[in-house]
Unconditional design. Structure first.
Length: 133
């Protein structure tokens, strides 16, 4: 969905979505949500019903992005989506967990020189990616 919004703004960016690159050695490739000469980006979801696994996955994405940054000099960015905190389907505990974990993941990403954008809508995710390109 973010890809579609980006391509409406600039369809020449299509070739940069879902690209692969070797990170460490030549054994396995890593697929990035967006990969250009200047930027490596991943997209993730923070799912409140399975938040601990979502956070583990996000930390793995931060690690891959950090390695990409160190090995290639590309900027690195994680765009993490989550449900609107105003959603009536969320419990207070889920809202609190989303807020806490997005803050924590943002701090962790910063430690690894990875830009972090947490958002509850595709439009803001698109804006964040376009600003980073």
């Amino acid at each position: 969905r973010v890809r579609d919004l980006v391509l409406i703004k600039n369809n020449r960016l299509a070739a940069y979505f879902n690209k692969e690159a070797y990170l460490l050695g030549k054994r396995r490739v890593t697929r990035f949500g967006f990969l250009s000469d200047n930027l490596a980006a991943h997209f993730g979801l923070l799912q409140p019903t399975n938040i601990r696994n979502s956070v583990r996955m996000a930390r793995g994405l931060i690690t891959e992005l950090s390695i990409a940054n160190r090995s290639s000099g590309r900027s690195a960015m994680l765009i993490l989506g989550y449900p609107s905190l105003k959603s009536p389907t969320l419990t207070d505990k889920e809202r609190s967990a989303i807020e806490d974990y997005t803050e924590e993941l943002g701090l962790e990403a910063n430690e690894f020189k990875v830009k972090f954008e947490g958002t509850d809508n595709d439009g803001d995710a698109c804006k964040a990616l376009m600003a980073a390109i």
